[in-house]
Design a protein around this ligand. Structure first.
Ligand SMILES: [Zn+2]
Length: 388
């Protein structure tokens, strides 16, 4: 059998696409540091991105209350005196200013957000950080990649984001850990390693800095409804803002699903993945609340999960504007079409190399023809996924 599994059960058979560079044996293990190996990381430099059309409009703003040291969503039921309130563009800016997220309205659950007028360079840098680039390189390295000096990068970030690039990266880890604490029953050590911390101690320190509570306290405070229990996998909610034409995206992926690697059915996108040469399976569906995707991950190791979630965001275009937020919606000819299908977004790709191969295969033939060819390539070169 050469199909990915049809359900979130223990037994998975199928093929893992090995079109990408093989990466076995490149796991860095110094000082117990479990990290995804570099070859498996999504290479953001390979992504040709639209950097000026990030998430636009209709963003809930952040309000920080000076007297309490807490920041809230604009619609929080707590009603502080207006003279004590400072607005911030993002939760990370409020945190950089020393505020902790409100326990009632959970502003830290808002998806990452880039202002519409954000300078293209800053937008690109934020996407690179979201892809984990600062786990691999320093601020200097990030700046070099963008073709500017580190000093200029920090200045831009202070002006536009209200926090340094390193703080944004730290915040990313802390927020991911908080999500794992809320939604899974993972042990503290697994939460720490999965979120990219080197140790529980480091996680405790950084969580205390961002949330003003220890991970143990945060887990004790989680609401019963936040706890997602998966049968044989880890379940996480991935938030997004605005509308998302999920079924249209599924239709797009269905017609392009590589046999043996991807499958779409029953409102779920499934695919096999490799994590440092080991096979895993990821499933994505829409959560009932319309504001999250539900991801069920069956992974050989948890170390790459933060990156896999970033790939899910990219695949479903969660950090891109939907068509009605782009200039297309103001075009006299296109506007009616945009209105007729709200929430359309440009899908991304799981893996740049896989996409490059597909582009090559797709020259001169139909989508169906290219998909068949890709399936044959996987059949010839892929590694069968055994019972797990
Ligand atoms: Zn609040």
């Amino acid at each position: 059998m050469r199909q990915p599994p049809a359900a979130a059960s223990g037994a998975h058979r199928g093929l893992v696409c090995r079109l990408r560079a093989t990466c076995a044996g490149q796991i860095r293990t110094g000082s117990g540091d479990v990290r995804i190996c570099p070859a498996e990381r999504p290479r953001a430099r390979d992504d040709v991105r639209m950097t000026t059309t990030l998430t636009l409009a209709a963003m809930p703003s952040i309000q920080a209350v000076r007297t309490t040291g807490i920041y809230c969503r604009a619609d929080c039921s707590a009603r502080p005196h207006a003279r004590n309130v400072t607005p911030y563009a993002s939760s990370v800016a409020a945190e950089a200013a020393g505020y902790r997220p409100c326990l009632r309205c959970r502003p830290d659950r808002l998806p990452p957000h880039v202002e519409a007028d954000t300078e293209a360079l800053v937008g690109r840098a934020l996407l690179l950080i979201a892809d984990g680039v600062l786990d691999e390189t320093s601020e200097d390295g990030l700046a070099a990649r963008l073709g500017i000096t580190a000093r200029h990068l920090r200045r831009l970030f202070n002006e536009r984001v209200g926090a340094t690039p390193v703080f944004v990266a730290r915040s990313r880890r802390a927020h991911f850990a908080r999500r794992l604490l809320d939604e899974t029953d993972l042990r503290m050590v697994d939460v720490a390693l999965t979120s990219g911390f080197n140790s529980v101690r480091q996680m405790n320190r950084e969580m205390l800095a961002v949330f003003h509570f220890t991970p143990t306290e945060l887990r004790a405070r989680r609401r019963a409804a936040d706890r997602l229990v998966a049968d044989g996998g880890i379940r996480l909610r991935v938030p997004f803002v605005g509308r998302l034409a999920f079924n249209d995206l599924l239709g797009y992926f269905r017609s392009r699903a590589i046999p043996g690697v991807e499958a779409v059915g029953d409102g779920v996108y499934r695919r096999t993945i490799t994590v440092c040469g080991e096979p895993g399976v990821i499933e994505v569906s829409r959560a009932a609340d319309g504001q999250h995707l539900l991801v069920v991950a069956h992974l050989p190791t948890l170390g790459a999960m933060i990156d896999d979630i970033a790939r899910v965001r990219r695949l479903f275009g969660l950090d891109r504007p939907s068509a009605e937020e782009t200039p297309l919606a103001r075009d006299p000819l296109l506007a009616p079409l945009v209105q007729a299908r709200p929430g359309l977004r440009v899908p991304g790709a799981w893996d740049p190399f896989e996409t490059a191969v597909r582009v090559l295969l797709g020259q001169q033939v139909s989508v169906a023809g290219a998909t068949t060819l890709a399936g044959r390539l996987v059949e010839a070169l892929g590694t069968p996924v055994g019972d797990r």
